[in-house]
Design a protein around this ligand. Structure first.
Ligand code: ATP
Length: 352
């Protein structure tokens, strides 16, 4: 996708849903578009599918420009949020219907339908009507139906949002397995960061019609490059700071932090440092250590969140695992020391 923009409406009503988006989605990868409601995820998916045309820019599939081609002439299929299954047909008929429309030979249709039923583990339900199976099973039928014509790319628009949490977790693993087994490129839309981190080979984080960062789940979580990305994916502490060296910073709440990343701004310039709560180590205060005062302690079973305040009033959070071998016991009002490994300090660019 090269420099793609999409404007809906015209004149004073014009709305730029996508603004100069360029991204390369690789063959055979599980690629996720992650962002808040209204950021343009569905629009981007619809441009790949051919349901919408870009206002400017190019959508290339396998290096070929498919601009202007209708959805059915693209090597792409879509799984919709509401599944869009045919209620009066059986599970097997739902899967074979698309193949019949494509005019595939009868014996081939039968073989592929059986293979798809096996793939989504619904062989025993082949003759049931859609109304006689559960929501999770319907989701699998929708997947099988979309995979049956063997598209090069499968587009999935929040396909798990109708499922309860338990089933959703199971289907996340199932989808990842299906993608690995079939080798088909999956482009998956979600606003759920956990879902994105669990399943994806790479994630594109979007906001207001732009892609802010593309990376592996680990890169997105550990090395966010924008404030928005840092805040949207997981919990984060943001520390305003002044650059005092190549990778040294004086933080507004008092004291110094180092980062293994170089500063984007010259000495004397303002920066924002991002630190995950689990990367802050608390200790008894000592000479030269960064200090704070505990303001709240929240127990979560597997871990405890310690809220603490710096001298300038800024509140930070530290997450400590409740590992019996090293339980941390601080209480509200305690003076503490805190530290962060420089490898866990990200230096953020301002959002565009
Ligand atoms: P959600 O998670 O809520 O589905 P999204 O990130 O998928 O959100 P889009 O559906 O791509 O967002 O919409 C992006 C923006 O474009 C929204 O502000 C939406 O109102 C606008 N939009 C989408 N389709 C149209 C249209 N046909 N006409 C006018 N505006 C549109």
């Amino acid at each position: 996708m090269k420099s793609v923009s999409k404007v809906f409406g015209a004149g004073a009503q014009a709305f730029r849903a996508l603004d100069d988006v360029s991204v390369d989605i690789r063959q055979n990868e599980f690629f996720t578009l992650l962002g808040p409601s209204g950021c343009g995820k569905t629009t981007l998916l619809r441009l790949i599918a051919g349901f919408e045309q870009p206002t400017s820019g190019e959508v290339l599939l396998d290096g070929r420009d498919f601009s202007g081609k209708p959805p059915y002439q693209r090597p792409v299929n879509t799984v919709f949020q509401n599944y869009a299954l045919f209620p009066h047909m059986t599970v097997a008929q739902n899967i074979s219907f698309g193949l019949e429309m494509l005019g595939r030979p009868k014996d081939r249709i039968k073989a592929v339908t059986e293979e798809m039923l096996r793939l989504v583990q619904l062989e025993a339900m082949a003759d049931r009507r859609i109304t006689q199976i559960s929501g999770g099973q319907q989701q699998r039928v929708a997947l099988a139906r979309a995979l049956a014509p063997q598209p090069k790319v499968l587009l999935l628009d929040e396909p798990l949002s109708a499922l309860d949490l338990q089933l959703r977790k199971e289907m996340q693993l199932e989808l990842k397995r299906l993608q690995t087994d079939t080798g088909i490129t999956f482009v998956f839309v979600t606003h759920d960061q956990d879902e994105a981190l669990t399943m994806s080979d790479r994630i594109a984080v979007m906001n207001r019609g732009e892609i802010l960062q593309v990376g592996t789940p680990r890169e997105i979580y550990n090395k966010p490059q924008h404030r928005f990305v840092a805040g949207f994916v997981g919990e984060i502490n943001l520390l305003p700071a002044e650059t005092t060296g190549v990778n040294e910073f004086s933080i507004a709440g008092g004291g110094c932090l180092r980062s293994s990343e170089a500063a984007h701004v010259p000495v004397g310039g303002q920066a924002v440092l991002a630190v995950r709560p689990e990367c802050i180590a608390l200790s008894e205060p000592s000479d030269g250590s960064l200090t704070g005062v505990i303001t709240n302690v929240v127990y979560h079973g597997t871990d405890t969140i310690f809220h603490f305040k710096l001298a300038d009033g800024q509140e930070l959070r530290a997450r400590s695992q409740n590992n019996a071998a090293r339980v941390q016991t601080f209480a509200t009002g305690d003076q503490i020391g805190w530290s962060v490994d420089p490898a866990s300090v990200s230096v953020l660019a301002d959002d565009p």
